[in-house]
Design a protein around this ligand. Structure first.
Ligand code: GTP
Ligand code: MG
Length: 412
């Protein structure tokens, strides 16, 4: 697994670029803010590791199904009646390079065996999870939930440090079973009755959670039911997993965010958020580099910076990293990059030909180029729009420029 010490080979270039950039920015007065952003970017992109997620809940609450639903593959055994998951163990779930470190646990109440609880506690202590998922069946939110919660609170306390409690997301599973019984298959967006019963069950669960834990924990309703045939998904009732992925994301350290964005198949909002963060940082850095009067070769800095950004966007989208994806993409955009930014760049550069300054381009032009490239890549790789639409997004972003908070210079 990638560690913070040695960057995985596919991001070594990005690591080197970001280190070089930091050295450069240190020589520019007032660049401290972007240096900090750059360090965050480095943690996101280079110091990355798989998120560690632990699931807890009663027997049959859908713990193993949730892993399958999040990754979009039949990775863990799922069972209708029996205790399906026998012993708690951390495992690496992986689908085509998308990975999560997952602690699947047996149902806590099954047979009420105390040694089982101890085994779960031991597994949680052996490796501290980034996030705990507490699962409750939607049809049972009023059935003895308090004892379960008390137990979960105790487990959480046993692994939380004095400074920081392990984040928790409460997951209300199997919402398809809520009334009206005859309409089970998602989506429920157009079904006011179903939505109302989901909301009602969620309120009940939220109330219990609030009373027992004394905290406002997020409660996310989901459906995770899938039927697999020959390794492929034959029936897909997954619902609201994008919202769940977002709540999980909020609890993660920066170093686990990009792997989580990749791993969770339905996590478009998370992927978008992570990718736009890459774009925002790269744009700020471009602004500072372009605006500096130091005689540095702007393009020598901007091109590797923009490639790192694009690499990160492709990676966050769940695709595997290879030089091909980015270069193909640049070829697709090629024409509009030349026409959109090249021209403006030339005009501004001409205006900036002041003796002694060197061939620098302006901060605004550099930032606009990076911004437009990034926004168009997010539309294409994350939102899945066509090449034409991505080109249109590029032109529009180049026209409008980045939001002013991204290019605001440091307050000194
Ligand atoms: N109706 C419905 N059934 C589901 C859903 N998700 C999973 N199931 C079913 O619920 C049953 C239990 O699911 P599992 O994922 O094995 O539950 P578990 O919590 O891992 O169970 P144990 O490991 O035995 O504690 C299986 O028959 C699943 O097919 C859902 O969203 N709706
Ligand atoms: Mg299980």
């Amino acid at each position: 697994m990638p560690t913070d010490q040695s960057p995985p080979p596919d991001t070594r270039d990005a690591a080197q670029t970001l280190d070089d950039l930091e050295e450069l920015l240190k020589r520019i007065p007032g660049a401290q803010k972007v240096i900090n952003e750059l360090r965050d970017l480095r943690a996101l992109l280079v110091g990355r590791r798989a998120p560690r997620v632990a699931v807890l809940g009663r027997r049959g609450s859908g713990k193993s199904s949730l892993a399958n639903a999040l990754l979009g593959r039949e990775l863990l055994a799922v069972g209708a009646v029996e205790d399906t998951t026998a012993a708690p163990a951390w495992i690496d779930l992986e689908v085509q390079g998308r990975q999560v470190r997952w602690l699947d646990t047996p149902g806590l109440r099954a047979g009420a065996r105390p040694e089982r609880r101890e085994a779960v506690a031991k597994a949680l202590r052996s490796e501290r999870p980034d996030v705990l998922l507490w699962l409750f069946k939607a049809s049972q939110v009023d059935a003895g939930v308090d004892e379960d919660l008390a137990e979960l609170v105790a487990l959480r306390a046993s692994i939380s440090g004095p400074d920081r409690a392990v984040p928790v997301v409460v997951v209300m599973t199997k919402v398809d079973e809520l009334p009206p019984a005859e309409r089970r298959a998602p989506p429920y967006e157009g079904d006011a009755e179903k939505r109302a019963s989901i909301e009602q069950a969620r309120e009940v669960l939220r109330g219990h959670v609030q009373r027992v834990t004394g905290a406002e924990l997020p409660v996310v309703p989901v459906c995770t039911w899938q039927r697999f045939a020959e390794g492929a998904v034959a029936t897909d009732w997954r619902w609201n997993l994008d919202a769940l992925a977002m709540e999980i994301h909020k609890g993660l350290p920066v170093s686990a965010q990009i792997e989580a964005a990749r791993a969770f198949e339905r996590a478009r909002s998370v992927r978008r958020k992570v990718a736009m963060r890459l774009v925002g940082t790269a744009t700020s850095v471009s602004f500072v580099v372009g605006a500096t009067p130091l005689p540095i070769a702007d393009l020598a800095v901007l091109i590797p910076l923009q490639s790192s950004m694009l690499t990160g966007i492709v990676y966050a989208s769940g695709r595997s990293l290879g030089p091909r994806a980015v270069s193909e993409w640049l070829a697709v955009l090629g024409a509009s990059v030349g026409a959109g930014v090249g021209l403006r760049e030339a005009v501004r550069a001409a205006l900036k030909l002041v003796p002694g300054v060197g061939a620098t381009i302006s901060g605004a032009v550099a930032a606009t180029g990076t911004w437009a490239l990034g926004v168009a890549a997010v539309r294409y790789f994350i939102d899945g729009v066509s090449v034409q639409e991505a080109r249109a997004a590029f032109s529009q972003a180049a026209e409008e420029g980045p939001p002013s908070d991204i290019t605001r210079p440091d307050e000194e």
